[in-house]
Ligand binder design. Structure first.
Ligand code: HEC
Ligand code: HEC
Length: 292
């Protein structure tokens, strides 16, 4: 009798291991196939400028759109994920210094990366939230690229990108957004401009930078990756729904909420929102307060 039970248990265990191996094999090969898909796109023409106010605005956008969180404060690159289960994911050196972008990296190449989520070879970039940047206006895209092309060179070498098993499994289970290029409408033209002001419309435009974590409805949910906290609800039904405009602004500039909670910049990027102007934060507050 005991022998029979042992036999059944071992059988089940073997079946389970076999199933896990089969699942992992499928996850690995299907993710690799997706990463090696070539996308044929025609980058939209964006006119860069060397006008000093455009460059200053573009510089601020590299903070406000989170580029520095992944590519380093000098945009010379940094490792932003180094995890034994997930892998090593560096945000590459975006300057034209040693180990940076090639000298002939063009405006079209910048548009291909930012608007389409694709590398120069037409294959998807991983993790980089291009599905958000693709929604930038033509004016913001042009200012951003104008600045990026004028940045001082930083010589910094980084380890190569290496994905580990958990990343393949979470991608297959659709638990992480590894390949933003797949979610982008590559035919869509950039919106020309949007009027700056304390309006829900402008707030909605800015909230695209919050969507990747707080979701489109701003109600938050599961952590964006293992090791991160659950994402807070920032719609009217969450804590910010009870805050005054001043409390909201102070939270996004200091990382301390009216409830006394300290937000860690690696988890909730408030060093990004700290760079927002009063008008931008007020517009965001106004928009979030329309979401029931
Ligand atoms: C969440 C992290 C993250 C953010 C935010 C982010 N990036 Fe990236 N970016 C990456 C990663 C990771 C890669 C490398 C992807 C790869 O090699 O597949 C990358 C690649 C790139 C590339 C392609 C470089 C090449 O060698 O082809 C460019 C250009 C780029 N990022 C620019 C930007 C700019 C500009 C911003 C802000 C508007 C930004 N990124 C924001 C993570 C990020
Ligand atoms: C990289 C992911 C990420 C992005 C992008 C992001 N947030 Fe968050 N945010 C979080 C997480 C995670 C928390 C919860 C942190 C915690 O519990 O410690 C949070 C918390 C907050 C809180 C505090 C809520 C509370 O109940 O205390 C506010 C306010 C907030 N976010 C606003 C924003 C706004 C506005 C944007 C866009 C401009 C934004 N966040 C972008 C991840 C993000």
């Amino acid at each position: 009798m005991l022998k029979k039970i042992l036999f059944v248990v071992l059988g089940l265990l073997a079946a389970l291991i076999l199933f896990a191996c089969a699942f992992y094999t499928k996850a690995y090969f299907s993710t690799e196939a997706r990463l090696n898909t070539f996308y044929q796109v025609v980058p939209e023409q964006v006119t860069v400028s060397s006008d000093s106010s455009t460059l200053a605005y573009g510089a601020r956008l590299t903070t406000a759109k989170g580029c520095k969180d992944c590519h380093g404060n000098d945009l010379g690159g940094k490792i932003f994920i180094d995890d034994p289960m997930l892998g090593v994911i560096p945000g590459p050196n975006l300057t034209k210094g040693e180990f940076g972008l090639p000298a002939d990296y063009s405006t079209n190449d910048w548009v291909r990366a930012l608007k389409h989520g694709l590398g120069r070879d037409g294959k998807p970039l991983v993790i980089m939230p291009s599905h958000e940047f693709t929604q930038l206006t033509q004016k913001d895209m042009a200012a951003l690229i104008s600045f990026l092309q004028s940045m001082p060179a930083v010589n910094r070498s980084l380890p190569a990108l290496r994905l580990k098993p958990l990343t393949y499994v979470l991608t297959e289970l659709e638990k992480i957004d590894l390949i933003p290029a797949e979610k982008i409408d590559h035919q869509r033209a950039l919106v020309k401009d949007i009027e700056v002001g304390i309006t829900t419309e402008y707030g909605k435009y800015l909230s695209v930078a919050c969507q990747g974590c707080h979701r489109a409805n701003m109600k938050g949910g599961d952590p964006i990756a293992p090791g991160f906290p659950p994402v807070a609800n920032i719609s009217l039904s969450g804590n910010p729904g009870k805050w005054t405009e001043q409390e909201f602004i102070a939270t996004l500039r200091t990382g301390i909420t009216p409830e006394g909670k300290t937000l860690l910049p690696e988890q909730m990027p408030w060093n990004m929102t700290a760079a927002y102007s009063d008008v931008e934060l007020k517009a965001l507050y106004k928009y979030l307060h329309t979401l029931q």
